[in-house]
Design a protein around this ligand. Structure first.
Ligand code: BEZ
Length: 391
C-alpha cells in the first residue's frame, strides 16, 4: 500500500519550495524517489513513525533536498509481517522504481528487503532491524545500516553482567531472528565471562501472553533475566514482570529496546531496569542537545533511539549521494564515501565497518523516572563480527 500522509514537516517544506526562485525549479534534477518501508501498524508502529520523523527532520535541516535533489516519498506499511515482505518491497522496487529503500524495523522483514536489494542492486539503508545477516552473510556493496546488529547490545551487556558476578541467567524473547541473535550475543559474552544461561525462553512474535513464562522464571529463581522485547511488547512485558512480583526478587536486564520510547507507558514498573544500547538520555553533548530540541519542537515528542537511527539514515544517504552528485547508479563510489565517513550522530560519532554496520559505543543505562539515564560506556567502539560477510 502506498500511502500519502500529511506529515508535520510537509507544510514547512512546501513553503520553502515555493520561496525558491522560478529558475531554480526549472533547473532542478529529477526528484529522488525514496521508498520508506516501515511498520505503521502493530507492535512496532511507534518505532516506524519515530524513524520516519527522524529521517524527515534531517532532510528538512538540510534544506529539503539530498545532493541537490528534492525528495518524493513512497510509503509502504510492512506491518512487521515477513510473509508479506517480498511483495511489499517489490511494490517499491518494481512498481514505484525507487532510487533508495529505507527500511525496516523487523529483522525478518529486513532480510527479505536485503535479498531484493542485493538482487536488484537498489540502494538500501536499514534504519533499525538488527538481523546479523544483513551485514553478515547477506552483506553487499549497496546495503548499509544506520542502527546496530542484534549481536551488539547483547554482547555488550553480557560482558557487563558477567563482570558484576551474576552467575545464572534466564533469557526471554520473541522467537525470531532479533530475539535469537540478541540472546546469542549475550550468551557469547556472558559465558565467556564465567556466567551460565540456564534457560532460554521464548514465545512467537508478536504474542504477548507472558504469564506461563513468568511462572517458569519464578520457579527457576535465576540471579537475573536478560530480555529482548521492543515497542508495544516491551511495554507489556515490563508491566507484567512487575505485576507477577518478579521485579523485587530477580533483576531485569535487556537490550535497550526494552525501555526506549516506552517509559511513559511503563511508568514505575520500569524503574531501575538496566539495559545497553547505542543511545541514552542525558548524553548532554551539543550535538544531541540540538537534535533533541529540534525533534521535540517539530513533533511535540521526545526522541528515542529509533528517531536517531532514522535521522542518521538520512545523514548517510546525504554522505553517499553528495559524493556522486546525486547519481544513485554510482554504487561503488557511494560505498567508498560511506566506508570512510565519520557520521556525526546524536548518539556520538560512528563509522561503518567493512560490512557497513555501525562501529559504535554501547552505553550502559538505567531507568530513573522517565529517563534511560546514562550510567557509562558498556563497550567502546564495538564492531559486529560480520560473520559470513564476503565483500
Ligand atoms: C528487529 O527485529 O531487529 C528489532 C525490532 C525492534 C527493535 C530492535 C530490533
Amino acid at each position: 500500500m502506498t500511502k500519502t500522509r500529511h506529515h508535520p514537516l510537509a507544510a514547512a517544506l512546501a513553503l520553502a519550495a515555493m520561496a525558491l526562485p522560478f529558475a531554480a525549479h526549472t533547473q532542478t534534477a529529477p526528484k529522488l524517489k525514496v521508498g520508506l518501508m516501515l511498520p505503521y501498524t502493530g507492535t512496532y508502529a511507534a518505532l516506524g513513525n519515530a524513524i520516519e520523523n527522524g529521517f524527515r527532520l534531517q532532510i528538512a535541516e538540510a534544506g529539503g533536498k539530498v545532493a541537490g535533489r528534492e525528495i518524493e516519498f513512497f510509503k509502504v506499511d510492512d506491518e512487521s509481517d515477513p510473509s508479506k515482505a517480498t511483495d511489499n518491497v517489490n511494490k517499491l522496487v518494481k512498481r514505484d522504481a525507487v532510487d533508495v529503500l529505507v527500511g525496516t524495523v523487523h529483522s525478518g522483514v529486513a532480510m527479505a528487503m536485503a535479498k531484493v536489494a542485493k538482487d536488484s542492486g537498489t540502494l538500501l539503508i536499514v534504519p533499525n532491524a538488527g538481523a546479523d545477516m544483513v551485514t553478515g552473510a547477506m552483506c553487499a556493496n549497496n546495503i548499509f545500516r544506520s542502527s546496530f546488529s542484534n549481536w551488539q547490545p547483547g554482547y555488550a551487556l553480557g560482558e557487563v553482567m558477567a563482570k558484576k558476578g551474576l552467575k545464572n541467567v534466564v533469557t526471554i524473547t520473541h522467537k525470531y531472528a532479533a530475539g535469537d541473535e540478541s540472546v546469542g550475543g549475550f550468551k557469547e559474552a556472558f559465558e565467556k565471562g564465567g556466567g551460565k544461561v540456564v534457560k532460554v525462553l521464548s514465545l512467537p512474535f508478536p504474542n504477548v501472553e507472558f504469564q506461563a513464562l513468568l511462572t517458569e522464571i519464578a520457579a527457576t529463581k535465576p540471579d537475573a533475566v536478560y530480555t529482548f522485547f521492543a515497542g508495544g511488547a516491551a511495554v507489556k512485558f515490563v508491566k507484567d514482570y512487575a505485576a507477577a512480583g518478579l521485579k523485587k526478587s530477580i533483576p531485569l536486564y535487556g537490550a535497550g529496546f526494552l525501555t526506549d520510547g516506552t517509559l511513559d507507558a511503563q511508568g514505575a514498573d520500569a524503574e531501575g531496569v538496566i539495559t545497553s544500547l547505542h543511545y541514552a538520555d542525558g548524553l548532554n553533548t551539543p550535538r544531541d542537545n540540538a537534535f533533541r530540541l529540534a525533534y521535540a519542537k517539530t513533533f511535540k515528542l521526545q526522541p528515542d533511539v529509533y528517531a536517531v537511527q532514522g535521522y542518521d539514515a538520512a545523514q548517510m544517504l546525504a554522505i553517499g549521494l553528495n559524493a556522486v552528485k546525486g547519481d544513485v547508479s554510482k554504487k561503488a563510489e557511494i560505498a567508498a564515501a560511506l566506508e570512510k565517513a565519520k557520521i556525526d550522530s546524536p548518539r556520538g560519532m560512528f563509522s561503518l565497518s567493512k560490512a557497513h554496520n555501525p562501529v559504535q559505543d554501547l552505553y550502559l543505562r538505567q531507568v530513573v523516572g522517565k529517563e534511560n539515564k546514562l550510567v557509562g560506556v558498556a563497550s567502546k567502539s564495538l564492531a559486529d563480527p560480520a560473520r559470513g560477510c564476503k565483500m
